[in-house]
Design a protein around this ligand. Structure first.
Ligand code: 13P
Length: 366
């Protein structure tokens, strides 16, 4: 029986392992490729380029991503996979997990089961997937995954996010994080404040700060080891429907870093932003401005982009075998640009074929 009211549930070796994984994921100049779209979300991306949403087409697309030249690992430290992808192989029969490992890219896994309505709120939601999570995490670790992702969603309206939504989503993120750490997976904690709405930058900052306060209280309550976690937040931007003057990259950067400074403990290993419907070039320019911001920045600040790393790739590919190389070049280019932005060295001129096309999807589901 424990002699203290603090029951230590992670041994020193496990703590060191978690901190090491988190550190490798946030190596300077590198970030994460989020390729964990569910079957239906991947289907929407494929539909946009007139490719049918079959298991083999999803497999082909992921093969295109993972068989990109080894130099991809210069800017990509990890890839987040969807369950289906962890079991798939390339055309020669090599498992995707093995291909990534051989490139020195750490495989990760999305473990949440999606958002569901949160009763007693005005159209707010929580995220499901805790049932059987420990067993699933143990299995993913055995297969070679070393980190995980769980996305919660908060919405800005006149009446939201509610106290209940912030409390519930923070708690479910903390339960998930604690379970992941027991299995040796670094949890990426993702409380996404959606860009939907007409709110200004100041409102986005206040809500982001409030949501993060709930998250770090819950992580503390659940004794989560912060050095072995990553935060995946939204950048602080004005709402998609805001009609005033568009905030400059420096304004976005200041609001974002200020919010993080006020609410994220320095022990957290790193912050890996989602792109949240920003155009590819904006997501890069904003990340660069964040890394040049004169405010204190005690954590690595890098990317874990889905849409902003894949829009040009999908467009260049168009489902054609003869375009695979061109698509992979787009991925290398986006990874390189964001890798530079993650250390504040992006000087522009590296836009992909998708350019600044809006990647906003209302009420985005993953
Ligand atoms: P976007 O970069 O497309 O916002 O998505 C990243 C992600 O993994 C959301 O969970």
């Amino acid at each position: 029986m424990s002699t203290s009211r603090f029951a230590e549930y992670l041994c020193p070796d496990k703590l060191a392992e978690l901190a090491d994984i988190a550190k490798r994921l946030t190596t300077p100049g590198k970030g994460i490729l989020a390729a964990d779209e569910s079957v239906s979300t991947c289907g929407k991306r494929l539909q946009d380029i007139n490719v049918e949403n079959t298991e083999d087409n999803r497999r082909k697309y992921r093969e295109l991503l993972f068989s990109t030249d080894d130099s991809l690992s210069q800017n990509i430290s990890g890839v987040i996979l969807f369950d289906e992808t962890t079991k798939q192989k390339d055309k020669n029969g090599t498992p995707f997990l093995q291909i990534l490992e051989q490139k020195g890219i750490i495989p990760g896994i999305k473990v949440d089961k999606g958002v569901v309505p949160l009763a007693g709120t005005i159209n707010e939601c929580t995220t499901t997937g805790l049932d059987g999570l420990k067993e699933r995490c143990d299995e993913y670790k055995r297969m070679g995954c070393h980190f995980a992702k769980w996305r919660c969603v908060l919405k800005i309206t006149q009446y939201t996010p509610s106290y209940l939504a912030m409390l519930e989503n923070a708690n479910v993120l903390a339960r998930y994080a604690s379970i992941c750490q027991q299995a040796g997976l670094v949890p990426i904690v993702e409380p996404e404040v959606l860009p939907d709405g007409t709110h200004d930058l100041g409102m986005s900052q206040r809500v982001t700060e409030e949501v993060l306060a709930f998250v770090y209280k819950a992580l503390a309550d659940h004794h989560v080891y912060l050095e072995g976690t990553l935060l995946k937040p939204n950048m602080v931007t004005a709402g998609q429907g805001y009609t005033g003057a568009k905030p400059s990259p420096d304004q976005v950067a200041t609001a974002t870093v200020q919010a993080l400074n006020r609410r994220v403990p320095p022990a957290v290993a790193g912050v890996v932003f989602l792109s949240g419907g920003q155009g590819e070039e904006s997501a890069t320019v904003h990340l660069n401005a964040i890394n040049k911001c004169p405010l204190r920045r005690p954590w690595a600040l890098t990317f874990s982009y889905g849409r902003a790393l894949q829009a040009s790739v999908l467009l260049a590919w168009g489902g054609k075998d003869e375009s695979i190389k061109a698509a992979q070049e787009q991925l290398l280019k986006r990874a390189k640009a964001n890798g530079l932005a993650s250390v504040g060295e992006y000087t522009g001129g590296m836009a992909g074929v998708a350019g600044e096309t809006s990647l906003f999807v209302a009420n985005h589901a993953y």
